[in-house]
Design a protein. Structure first.
Length: 505
């Protein structure tokens, strides 16, 4: 007998509907899964048969063939266990196959028949709603995540026996309702009020947050580069509903959502270790998965000790920094992941760290410094809008009892500048100054005569590239937005040029 059920897996950060076709016929007993299933899915036949038996259901010994369509896409989700089990029961006539067309099933099965949570439920549920399904059946731990999608019923299932009872009309299941997610405590959150001195660095990060610009901080060990970077997320505006759904979907696919589920409301802050591989940074695998540049989407990617990363790893950042997306090609799939993030990089100027220090003597040779800095290529530096030097804090500043400006105060100015940009770009589908291309820059960034003359002089003296020119204008536009100015003035260009100190490397 033939039966069809529906499951889902993920492809990139999107859900992919899977037709689970099950055929049970007389013949030599066997159990085959076809349709480009990887080892994880092929092992489902052992989990499914044992789960059915331990649920008190006895099946005849027949030849069973299961096809997972579309056959040209590799399947790697344990969530196909449940649709395979339901399809098998329908093929044996134990469940009515006619009732299955309006349901999507997604859960892993234990050997006892318990339903276990899986990754990627949010994009799967979105795909189910778009495909016209009435309900999805998921493990109880995945219910809150699935409930983020409106317009489709979500049934939490404890075990296979409970689901079979519902499908045969012997048991009643009630659609889940969203449970409130506890708010995170903000009392211990980092705050710029704790940072003494470092006025230029704080100003640079405020401009970066307001316009979505990338920042490189160079300074001696202990100058406060990491401390400053970790406070960047406290001055960024809240995620919009659209951005929050996008980030939550990415974290769902990566399996990094909190156990209680719910929408991610804070902008991501990712800080990979300098020993991270190229694949860990940009994503990959036989079936590509998101890397750190995608996990930082709509948030901050912080690379501490930048020269300690391998040169090959750093060079793969060029494309996502320029295109704000990353395309990964494999034999069975070519996938594009979003990667629109603010890069905050921190580096020492030399191996000992004291090359730019006003008080400590550098013990490195010229060759050692050159070799240390050569890991960071010119094309990569060219894609970073703001380059600043961070000096050690003076004792008087450190011992001062005067509280510095808080993150909340800085954030108010950032949000106001972002509102100006949202109004400016509402026809163009972008959200901040850093996302402008050259055509938009020429159209929307008006410089007065003094600003043009100053930029022309800097272009010749600093031998700037066309990309560097664009990025200086974008930073100047953000400075003007923070000041509430309609056009870009000479003072705004001067500050933007000052914040691009290329002499550190």
């Amino acid at each position: 007998m033939f039966a069809r059920t529906y499951g889902a897996t993920t492809l990139g950060v999107d859900g992919l509907l899977i037709d689970v076709e099950v055929d049970s016929a007389a013949g030599l007993p066997g159990f085959e899964i076809v349709g480009l299933a990887d080892a994880l899915v092929k092992e489902a036949k052992e989990r499914v048969r044992t789960a059915i038996r331990n649920s008190g259901i006895q099946l005849r010994q027949e030849k069973v063939t299961i096809n997972l369509a579309p056959a040209d896409v590799r399947k790697d989700s344990a969530g196909l266990d449940l649709p395979i089990a339901v399809g098998l029961l329908a093929a044996y006539g134990l469940v009515s196959a006619a009732t299955l067309a309006k349901y999507l099933f997604a859960a892993e099965l234990s050997l006892e028949g318990e339903c276990r949570p899986i990754k990627g439920i949010l994009p799967m549920t979105v795909k189910a709603r778009e495909s016209g399904f009435e309900a999805v059946f998921v493990a109880k731990a995945n219910a809150n995540e699935a409930l983020l999608v409106d317009g489709i019923a979500v049934y939490p299932v404890d075990n296979l026996s409970q689901l079979v009872g519902f499908l045969t009309g012997q048991e009643r299941l009630v659609p889940a309702k969203a449970e409130p997610v506890p708010e995170q405590d903000n009392e211990c959150q980092d705050d710029f009020a704790d940072v003494q001195g470092q006025f230029q660095a704080k100003r640079a990060l405020e401009i970066a947050a307001a316009g979505g610009h990338n920042v490189l901080m160079v300074g001696s060990p202990g100058a406060g580069k990491t401390m400053l970077a970790r406070r960047m997320s406290t001055i960024l505006p809240d995620l919009t509903t659209e951005e929050a759904l996008e980030v939550t979907r990415i974290y769902s696919v990566a399996g990094l959502l909190p156990r209680e589920g719910g929408l991610i409301k804070r902008r991501p802050f990712r800080s990979p270790h300098h020993t991270s591989s190229m694949t860990a940074l940009i994503g990959g695998g036989s079936v590509p998965r998101p890397g750190e540049v995608t996990l930082a989407h709509n948030g901050v990617l912080f690379l501490d000790e930048l020269p300690e990363f391998s040169k090959k790893t750093l060079e793969v950042l060029r494309e996502p920094l320029e295109d704000r997306k990353i395309t990964i090609s494999r034999v069975h799939a070519t996938l594009t992941f979003p990667s629109d993030f603010i890069l905050i990089a921190a580096a020492n100027p030399c191996p000992c760290g004291n090359f730019l220090d006003e008080e400590q003597e550098c013990t490195c040779s010229a060759g050692e410094i050159r070799q240390y800095n050569r890991k960071i290529s010119g094309p990569l530096l060219d894609r970073i809008d703001i380059h600043i030097q961070v000096q050690r804090v003076k004792y008087d500043e450190l011992a001062s009892k005067k509280r510095a400006e808080s993150s909340a105060q800085i954030r108010q100015r950032v949000v106001a500048a972002r509102e100006i940009q949202l109004q400016r770009f509402k026809k163009y589908g972008i959200f901040c100054n850093a996302q402008m291309n050259h055509a938009l820059l020429q159209k929307l960034c008006v410089l007065d005569e003094q600003a043009q003359a100053m930029l022309a002089l800097a272009f010749k003296q600093k031998n700037l590239s066309a990309r560097a020119y664009d990025r200086i204008v974008k930073v100047a536009r953000t400075i003007a937005d923070l000041a509430g100015a309609k056009n870009i003035e000479a003072a705004h260009v001067a500050e933007a040029i000052q914040l691009r100190n290329d002499n550190n490397f």
